[in-house]
Write a protein that binds this ligand. Structure first.
Ligand SMILES: Nc1ncnc2c1ncn2[C@@H]1O[C@H](COP(=O)(O)O)[C@@H](OP(=O)(O)O)[C@H]1O
Ligand SMILES: [Mg+2]
Length: 240
């Protein structure tokens, strides 16, 4: 199986486990979120260890022993991004599976199980028409002030949504146009979304325009911009 196929199969299967768990009605509220994190992570860790034993792993839900720093190939996984939204019965949550090669988000898959969607870095979705008035995707629970300022400067509107993966994929799918995040995020929150966005020809960088690099010792990667190339000049000017 290629790395691309593996990332997609893992994200899709973890997503099915999460849907089955939620549909079971056996746990709810915070306990459902916790059970989802544990269940999806257990599956992803055992599958990756069996199918790619030589590769390193960085997961939100596993202790980071830093052995990954000696590895060129590192799977960066968020078993359940948007845990809060998942536990609230919403559809804006995701499973992230990325492969970083020498610090580059080379391969990725983002599953949106409650929306029946799976996006992968080697299969870009069809291009979409963009409005003059851009829609800015923003965290529904901790919207950064920078997003409101950017929306004002661009004459755009804010679209609140949970999950970094769901917001990034909403840009590719044409449900929004710009995803700006500042103030905190970890490598697992954006590695797979960035891999898929780059595969689709999107701009996917740090807010200062530098590339998103992965497998740094510090797991923090606190800011991110994803948008179609046709918006980039306007966005950079407005952010400056
Ligand atoms: N300021 C911050 N510091 C750390 N993590 C943050 C953050 N803002 C957002 N995140 C993480 O980014 C993901 C998307 O957040 P949001 O829905 O607010 O956009 C969430 O991941 P998890 O659900 O995997 O914890 C959340 O924890
Ligand atoms: Mg996350």
């Amino acid at each position: 199986m290629t790395d691309e196929d593996l990332a997609a199969r893992l994200a899709e299967t973890a997503g099915k486990l999460l849907m089955a768990l939620r549909d079971s009605g056996t746990v709810d509220g915070k306990a459902l979120g916790d059970a989802g994190d544990v269940t999806a992570n257990a599956y992803l860790m055992s599958a990756l260890s069996a199918l790619r034993p030589a590769d390193a792993i960085l997961s939100e839900e596993r202790v980071d022993d830093l052995s990954r720093l000696d590895s060129s190939r590192v799977w960066i996984v968020d078993p359940l991004d948007g845990t809060r939204e998942y536990s609230e019965g919403r559809d804006d949550w995701a499973v992230h599976v990325a492969l970083s090669i020498d610090g580059h988000a080379a391969v990725g898959a983002v599953a949106l199980p409650a929306q029946g969607k799976l996006l992968r870095s080697d299969q870009p979705p069809p291009p979409v028409a963009r409005p003059d008035r851009p829609r800015l995707l923003v965290s529904r629970t901790r919207p950064p002030a920078e997003c409101t300022q950017l929306a004002d400067r661009l004459g755009g509107e804010l679209v609140p949504m949970g999950s970094a993966g769901a917001k990034a994929m909403a840009v590719l799918l044409g449900q929004g146009d710009i995803y700006l995040h500042t103030g905190g995020q970890h490598q697992w929150d954006n590695a797979a979304p960035v891999a898929v966005a780059l595969g689709a020809g999107m701009v996917a960088t740090r807010v200062d325009g530098s590339p998103c690099t992965y497998n740094a010792r510090d797991t923090l990667l606190p800011d991110l911009l994803i948008c179609p190339p046709e918006y980039e000049a306007r966005v950079r000017e407005a952010l400056a």
